[in-house]
Design a protein around this ligand. Structure first.
Ligand code: MOS
Length: 732
């Protein structure tokens, strides 16, 4: 154990073994989907709409077709009905939106694909795509955002939460907060672009595409193409970042697949960075209203949280994290409301802690406002409202270590030295502020399957259609099999990211390890049973294998997360093994919890805002690998700082386009912005969440950071900022 790198390694944590695929990645041996070389590849390039709503009246393809090397141009006119409608996941389907690719002349959002050029080279395809002439029919300006007069708000009644009598309790309460917050649109911008390669081989389609869910691509594409899903194989061996953007089937895949079928050759598409802003979903902008009422001692009497989230006309999508924010603290009178606001935009989707990030920003800033009104330490405010049962359904938490996280993070941060008065911690020309907030994320899991093969020479191969997004899936799978079978990890190999492998859940919702690890454990159980070693110490497995005379033992196991009905196991084989859990179980709630502490420095003269320190402490059940988990947590915290101070997808009101759809203008933190980050893993044992005892760490790191930053800016300056991102002009 390297105690310098992993000082907080503690109980219920596995070894911080190095990344299984680390060497392949740093040597360039790792082949990402766009690196795979197929014979006689042709290249595709998208032409996207330049208006926000309207119709295509006519194409002029003459100049484009004349570019040397152009093979084919797809438009809604040339492909007709070759691609069938498939529903979005929000309607029980597989796709990230319900738009049919090149489905008609109608333009529903800026950035919609209206033509695809196929050519001998990438350069020829790009040149031709730029020479396509499109005449749009008469069109009026689109509704670009929530303020547009023809944006339409709709209350999402099934997401409403009502406990007690909020109105009466709020009216009678001695201390109240009533505030409105907003968060901007953001894009995941994974480093790896949205690439797809398709090749038809003897009637079978092979798709190479970075994906968080190869089976959603397989089954959704089968519906779009009207073919048997078993004729489709989706391979996604490495993914260069995803963060929700590669969670489900997008429109591009069917376009590349039919292009490859039309020309009888493999076709490769790598959408540009700008096009990537509308290829998949994104974090929609939100507006929020929070009302809190408390006793003089800080105990919450009433809590109301209402959110408005932007969505497309076609898909009513909302992350609706009031389901989480109403269940964090003891309170007898609660209202939660969620509204979707439809505009002429592409369908939003999931981005790391999709609802928890924005809704957590509002709730945790409101709590800080309450603590300051009460003149109470914000940590103590969380303590007096700590609870063992969630207040909406009265269900127990499987485990809850929130205050232990606050105590450990506060000690590491040095919180006891804070002076409460805003502006009281000046350091020369810098106004210093310290703020904190809770972090939370529901523990989810879905049905998954795994195959484990043990050979007489003591080698183990473990396979499952999970995904390596950079989060450590290969390493986790190897580590669990090694531990369960008592073999050195060097003797374990892993296959993943292939729809021909045993099905696994989407690698999203922080659910991948919680879902796949139990399946690997179950397969290892079966191997131990075959060898007659039962639950005896795993080191006995190798000896038993040698003694058995068997050359190979192979076991397949599937697990049903949370005792879901049998139907949901069938769903797994149909590519619908979506995670569930968190707040949606009948008998309990399960959350990972944490505490974020941040120091900001606001320059008194230039008003520059810097985060000089951040300390997070997180309790997330068993930590299989503290090294990869630590990477996830600090990555999330950095993203939280980015959400607080940098990121904002800017919408042009004239055509609902994205002004900063590139990595030069879309602000991201650089190393100079991230000074001192510490993530503490608080030991926690939870036997109820799932067999592996894993709560997941993929998303919680980002939650609460933006509130901690805004609370720290208040502490530094006395300015309460309720709109993200926080910029210089807001503290002038
Ligand atoms: Mo995550 S936003 O569920 O990939």
């Amino acid at each position: 154990m390297n105690k310098t790198l992993f000082p907080q390694h503690g109980a219920n944590m596995g070894q911080p073994v190095p990344r299984y695929e680390g060497r392949a990645k740093v040597t360039g041996e790792a082949r990402y989907p766009s690196d795979v070389r197929l014979p006689r590849t042709a290249y595709a390039y998208l032409h996207i709409s330049r208006i926000g709503r309207g119709t295509v009246q006519a194409f002029d393809l003459a100049a484009a077709s004349a570019v040397p090397g152009v093979i084919d141009i797809l438009t809604h006119e040339t492909i007709g009905d070759q691609i069938k409608q498939t529903p979005a996941i929000y309607q029980g389907g597989y796709a990230s939106d319900s738009f049919r690719p090149l489905g008609s002349a109608e333009i529903a959002y800026w950035g919609q694909p209206v033509a695809v050029v196929i050519a001998e080279t990438y350069e020829a395809a790009r040149e031709a795509a730029h020479r396509i002439g499109v005449t749009y029919g008469p069109h009026s300006p689109p509704a670009a955002d929530m303020d547009s007069p023809d944006a339409v708000a709709q209350a999402l009644v099934p997401m409403a939460i009502d406990v007690g009598d909020f109105d009466a309790a709020y009216a009678a309460a001695p201390i109240k907060i009533d505030a409105r917050y907003s968060t901007p649109a953001q894009h995941q911008n994974p480093m790896e672009l949205f690439a797809t390669q398709c090749m038809w081989e003897g009637g079978r389609l092979v798709v190479h595409e970075p994906s968080q869910y190869v089976n959603s691509v397989k089954f959704g594409l089968a519906e779009q193409l009207g073919i048997d899903p078993e004729r489709i194989r989706v391979i996604s061996t490495y993914v260069g970042g995803a963060f929700g953007a590669k969670g489900f089937l997008t429109q591009r895949t069917a376009l590349v697949a039919i292009a490859a079928r039309r020309i009888g050759r493999p076709v490769k598409l790598v959408a540009t960075r700008e096009q990537g802003f509308t290829v998949s979903g994104y974090r929609a902008e939100t507006r929020q209203h929070v009302q809190l009422a408390a006793e003089q001692d800080g105990r919450l009497i009433a809590l109301k949280h209402e959110g408005w989230e932007l969505t497309s006309r076609a898909d009513t999508v909302a992350m609706g994290a009031v389901s989480m924010t109403t269940r964090l603290y003891a309170c007898a009178n609660i209202v939660g409301r969620v509204n979707a606001v439809s505009a002429d935009r592409s369908t939003p989707g999931f981005m790391r802690a999709p609802g928890e990030m924005p809704y957590g920003f509002a709730l945790e800033t409101a709590l800080d406002e309450l603590s300051s009104k009460l003149d109470m330490d914000p940590v103590e405010l969380r303590r007096v409202n700590d609870t063992r049962t969630e207040p909406v359904g009265g269900l127990p938490y499987t485990s809850r270590s929130l205050m232990r996280c606050f105590d450990e993070a506060a000690a590491a941060f040095g919180w006891q030295d804070r002076t409460r008065q805003p502006g009281s911690m000046r350091d020369g020309d810098w106004l210093v502020g310290w703020g904190c907030a809770s972090a939370f994320y529901p523990t989810q899991a879905g049905n998954s399957a795994a195959r484990v093969r043990l050979t007489a020479d003591g080698r183990v191969h473990v396979s499952s259609a999970g995904h390596e997004l950079g989060q450590g899936m290969y390493t986790m799978m190897a580590q669990v099999a090694a531990e369960e079978l008592g073999v050195p990890i060097e003797r374990v190999t892993v296959s993943l990211g292939d729809s021909d492998l045993p099905p696994a859940v989407v690698s999203g919702g922080s659910a991948a390890t919680a879902s796949v690890a139990p399946a690997i454990m179950a397969a290892c159980d079966a191997i131990r049973r075959r060898l007659g070693v039962g639950n005896s110490p795993p080191a006995g497995v190798r000896a038993a294998m040698e003694a058995s005379g068997m050359g190979v033992i192979e076991e397949f196991a599937e697990t049903r997360a949370h005792g879901l009905p049998l139907e949901s196991v069938r769903d797994m084989y149909r590519g619908k093994a979506l995670p569930t859990g968190g707040v949606s179980l009948p008998d309990r709630v399960q959350f990972a919890l944490g505490a974020q502490f941040v120091e900001v420095r606001v320059h008194a003269l230039t008003h520059e805002i810097r985060v000089s320190r951040a300390v997070g402490a997180f309790a997330a059940g068993r930590i299989i690998n503290p090294r990869t988990a630590h990477g996830q947590l600090i990555g999330g915290m950095i993203w939280g700082i980015s959400s607080a101070l940098h990121e904002h997808t800017e919408v042009d009101g004239r055509n609902a386009s994205y002004i900063n759809a590139n990595l030069a203008d879309y602000l991201l933190p650089v190393n100079a912005d991230i000074v001192d980050i510490q993530a503490i893993m608080v030991p926690e044992e939870d036997k109820l969440v799932n067999r592996a005892g894993v709560k997941g760490v993929g998303e919680i790191g980002v939650v609460g950071v933006a509130a901690a930053v805004s609370n720290a800016v208040f502490h530094a300056t006395g300015r309460r900022l309720r709109d993200l991102p926080i910029r210089i002009e807001h503290v002038m």
